[in-house]
Design a protein around this ligand. Sequence first.
Ligand code: NOJ
Ligand code: CA
Length: 655
Amino acid sequence: MSFFGELFKKPKTDAVFDVKSPNGRVVATFMLDHGQISYFVKRDEKIVLRKSRLGLMLKDASPLADGLSLVRAYSRSFDDTWRAQWGEQHVIRNNYNETAIYLEEVEKPARLLTLRFRVYDEGVAFRYEIPAQPEMERLIISDELTEFSVDSNSRSWSIPAYQPDRYEYDYVEHPVYSLTESVHTPLTIQTPTNNFVAIHEAALYNYGGMTLKINNQSLKADITPLSDGMRAYVELPFSTPWRMIIIGQDALDLTTSRMMLNLNDPPREDFSWVEPKKFLGIWWAMYVGEWTWAPGERHGATTEHAMQYIDSCKNLGVNGLLIEGWNDGWEGDWLENGVSNKFMEATPDFDMQIVADYGHANGVELIGHHETVGFIDNYEQQLEDAYRYYKRYGVRYIKSGYAGSKMTINGRREYHHSQLGVLHYQRALELAAKYQIMLDVHEPIKSTGIERTWPNLMTREGARGQEYEGGALKPSHACFLPYTRLLAGGMDYTPGILDVTNFSKRMATTIIRQLAYYVTIYSSMQMASDRPQFYEHEYPDLWEFIRDVPLSWERMVPLLGEIGEYYVVARQEWDGSDWYIGGVTNEEGRKVELYIDFLEPQTNYVAKIYRDSEDAHYRDHQLGYEIEEKVLRQGDRIEMYMAPGGGFAIKLHKQ
Ligand code: NOJ
Ligand code: CA
């Protein structure tokens, strides 16, 4: 590490600092120009972000954006390698150059503001830090002025923000200049000079989530407001989340960046109790209408059904079972009634003790479920007791849910991604850590990498998942995810549904594509989402893949892809030598040639290949598939066909 600093004796309202990536190719330039702050970014001498404004607007105080002078700047280099607890990359290098620029208002009250830049080979991050200072103990942020001035002729792929279904929308391509409404991050962009850029944030705590919108031809941060219109109430000292710009030469480059995790702190406590999990669930039967969440004749979560599912888990070699709809609160219109959900009271036909004991005797642990419907006031009153309740029955995993268009917090309706929403998710997570509970959060706050610090945050939903099948999912969706939502980390997509031709939930997928998802969509908790008979009796040949596919990976090698078109990735088993390859395509069938250069040299791998048949099609021939075995070695090339709405999955076992 090298440290150096500069001390300026006189207030200085003009200054320029270049912060270069370790390989020198990415440069962020901070500018103090007549007391106003801004930055721009270049890669290989070419502009990625034009001059972009910086600053914070405050309620009842003048902005922290201009009238500033330089106090000093401090730079350092950092290079460290750390091992993840689980994830899609085991060993991660964190290598950057950092400059902190300390600023002070020229006029009284001479408030202080620090801008900290970190520049990586794969992009730029910066944040605002407001130190403790005599004139200011707390502040109310009414707007963040941060801009990301990409060329407005760039293409972009995004989902709209401030919508009733939160992040659960189709990805849409827009030229940047036509983004009139706010969009969520990660926002993925292709510039006219062919840089691929993803704008996102890291370490989102105690602040509104950042959305982006067009303002004067420039993309500007639009921090999710609270119901009173303010963006955040903070006490000093305070740091905003990191604003992050990942830059790649092609879209696949973006998927290998670990900047977001690197911008988060290592865990502060011992999380060795955390482990990834595969599980079945009393779940899809409700979606296809065989069972219901609510009690009644077709109630899904009965003691009897749970015991049958436990038997199936045992037969199938899966040691986790999710049970939804076992508690009071699902009667009638549960989305409306959610305010009265009870998290410790079972319906009369469900006996938690019997089910937990039976699971225990058969080596199957239960995955608990908390559907809050966003009624946070109701949930937080019960939260700690509800965790304790589950712990009494040996439950270590909870899937939580926040259905509903907004949250009810302190009696007010707030966005899930507002500061109050962020604070709730964090309280639930930290309390879960206290009870050694691992979470799978549906309708979550987007990931900003805090799972590095809180590894019990196993996975999230936070995008359209397979619950939208049966009409609302297009094959292209899973070809957008890797380049957009999944840049923010794992997703519980609820893969593995093999009853793809079900008349009430006919799916826009071939059956083989359901296996591919376990490789193309990373998640440290993965559900085998269908009813067990489809694994035990209908497709035991396909089950073998779902059973074996790992939940953590040593590393990933993206092979081929284009945003919204297709995606092919190879992943090496965590601490192991087997490899898995998954591919998905959109509505178009296509042949791809895979160059197998990542295997160990001079070694045979038995490849088990699960592929769509030539005549398979997501619309009218979903069940056409073939399984083939052959030996592959490093340097081989294989051609794979993906049917329209299809894909493939390969397991490579080292001999
Ligand atoms: C939405 C979740 O995404 C889904 O998995 C869950 O079954 C329902 N809410 C009910 O909680
Ligand atoms: Ca959902």
